[in-house]
Design a protein. Sequence first.
Length: 151
Amino acid sequence: MRVTLELRGLQRAVESGTAHDPAMLEPLRDTWRALRDDQPAPDPAFVVLDEEFHITLSRASGNAELAHMLDAINARIRPVRMHDFVTADRVELTISQHLGIVERVLAGDLEGSVAALRQHVGESMDVVEKRAARAITQMVLNRSRASGIRS
């Protein structure tokens, strides 16, 4: 659902020829340039910055309801998505990909931004799925060990 909503915000502009609001996107770009220049340490809380990027991008498309729905979905999936930002390479890649997306949108390359967003979200989902599966497996193993000790 998240991917569908985000892509819809970009595709809407492609279909209608309506540009995203640069007054929202330029500060967004500047924020992520600052993060690139002074990269934060890996931290699951980075997910909040990631969500703000995607919500602002959706708002800039001119459809506030898309952004509202995306915000609601983000709140539901945040505990799982936090697993994406526990290594420096994922934080660095996310910053780079966000800059690539917003710069394409500002340049009017909406089709390129759709492709970049699709790749970005797909890679993030892959990482989260793998890390969440490992965490669940570890939890099950720990429970099994704890049960074996009590017996």
